[in-house]
Design a protein around this ligand. Structure first.
Ligand SMILES: [Zn+2]
Length: 383
């Protein structure tokens, strides 16, 4: 085997072309991995539709949901990222975006290292900056070199894990992280009712993750019935809502709320990638519920329609409505403690308690002529 066959695409819309590249020599801290299975991800589809927001090194090899076997490795590559020993014959997966560990985000916001400024990603290996290269998984082999790109990470799979199962590790991980984000925000607890929007691969894996991580009930909103909603139920969704059978958001909201009952779902997670999913999905929630946006990441919108940026920027967006009974004492305490640190009273324009005074207080507030129109029935009390 002196040649390796890889599938490359010349650009969005182009058909795949099988090309050959020389089998690389494997230096001391590198490995050649035979691909057993590699998934087709929604990200790949977006890239092939031309939705990727940044330039890509076309032509290149797609595929980042890889389950493979190390067939050759250098003597210094002894363990995976988690410290597990690696050998020829080890089953492994490698992720698509590997944080460098050294940039500002990796160092200072490790929980957001997925936003690494200089990640190891497609197309940087082996002098194959001029593609085709040996990185994407839609190929017979992929190649990694930890000396060339120290951010590279290999994850060992259990020895008896089927490679097809290993190929699901990367997309499932995205779902686990999304639920853990909700846990950290205090928005996902054991027994919660969860609605998953979307029944693609991420939606299906999110059903599994929800159940494994403690959801009490899981409902899936998606399409089509065959094969997707059918599979959603096999993964444990107690009910599915077919968006093709219920084409309006109003009908779907009513149906979901009927299934969920009570005040609405505790957690809704969008895995659909559909631009209108967010505004619809928040209506599935009870007051005080949690919404996780993980389905939309391409820069398909504008500043007016930028809901997808919640996902793409890995944001935490919180709603806050008024206050609870326990909060009010905090307000009184802050005013007391900071009474001399801010010109509080400069906010207020005072009006007497008569019809003209009240009318002016309201009119001035409406016209934004005042900051805080304030009515004073007994001026002697506020000298
Ligand atoms: Zn980094």
């Amino acid at each position: 085997m002196a040649q390796v066959r890889v599938a490359t695409f010349a650009g969005p819309g182009a058909p795949p072309v099988i090309r050959t590249v020389p089998r690389p020599a494997v230096p001391k801290n590198a490995a050649l991995i035979q691909v057993g299975a590699c998934g087709v991800c929604g990200t790949d589809l977006h890239i092939l539709k031309g939705h990727w927001p940044k330039p890509l090194p076309w032509p290149f090899t797609l595929g980042h949901e890889i389950g493979g076997i190390i067939v050759e490795k250098g003597p210094e590559l002894r363990e995976d990222f988690m410290g597990k020993p690696l050998a020829v014959g080890s089953r492994v997966m490698i992720p698509p975006l590997m944080p460098c560990g050294r940039c500002h985000y990796c160092v200072h916001y490790p929980e957001s290292a997925n936003k690494c400024l200089t990640p190891v990603y497609y197309g940087r290996y082996l002098g194959f900056e001029k593609p085709p290269h040996l990185w994407g998984g839609w190929a017979e082999y992929v190649y990694v070199d930890l000396d060339l790109l120290p951010g590279t990470k290999i994850y060992k799979l259990p020895d008896d894990m089927p490679l097809r199962l290993g190929a699901l590790a990367e997309p499932l991980t995205s779902c686990i992280r999304a639920f853990n984000r909700a846990v950290r925000a205090g928005g996902f607890r054991w027994g919660d009712t969860v609605v998953i929007q979307g029944s693609g691969p991420i939606g299906i894996l999110a059903i599994a993750a929800a159940r494994e991580m403690g959801a009490g009930r899981v409902i899936c909103v998606g399409a089509p019935e065959t094969p997707r909603l059918e599979l959603a139920r096999r993964f444990g969704a107690e009910a599915t809502v077919d968006i093709e059978a219920l084409p309006t958001p109003e009908a779907r909201i009513a149906r979901v709320r009927e299934i969920v009952g009570g005040f609405g779902a505790d957690l809704v997670m969008d895995c659909s990638g559909h631009p209108s999913a967010g505004p619809e999905g928040i209506e599935f929630l009870r007051d005080g519920g949690t919404y996780v946006e993980m389905g939309q990441f391409t820069d398909a919108g504008s500043i007016q329609t930028n809901w997808h940026r919640i996902c793409a920027k890995d944001l935490t967006v919180l709603g806050s409505w008024a206050f609870t009974a326990n909060d009010l004492a905090l307000g009184v305490a802050m005013l007391d403690r900071a009474r001399d640190r801010f010109p509080w009273l400069a906010m207020q324009t005072l009006y007497p308690f008569d019809e003209d005074g009240i009318a002016r207080a309201v009119a001035d507030a409406m016209a934004m002529r005042t900051v805080k129109s304030t009515i004073v029935p007994w001026p002697e009390l506020v000298q």
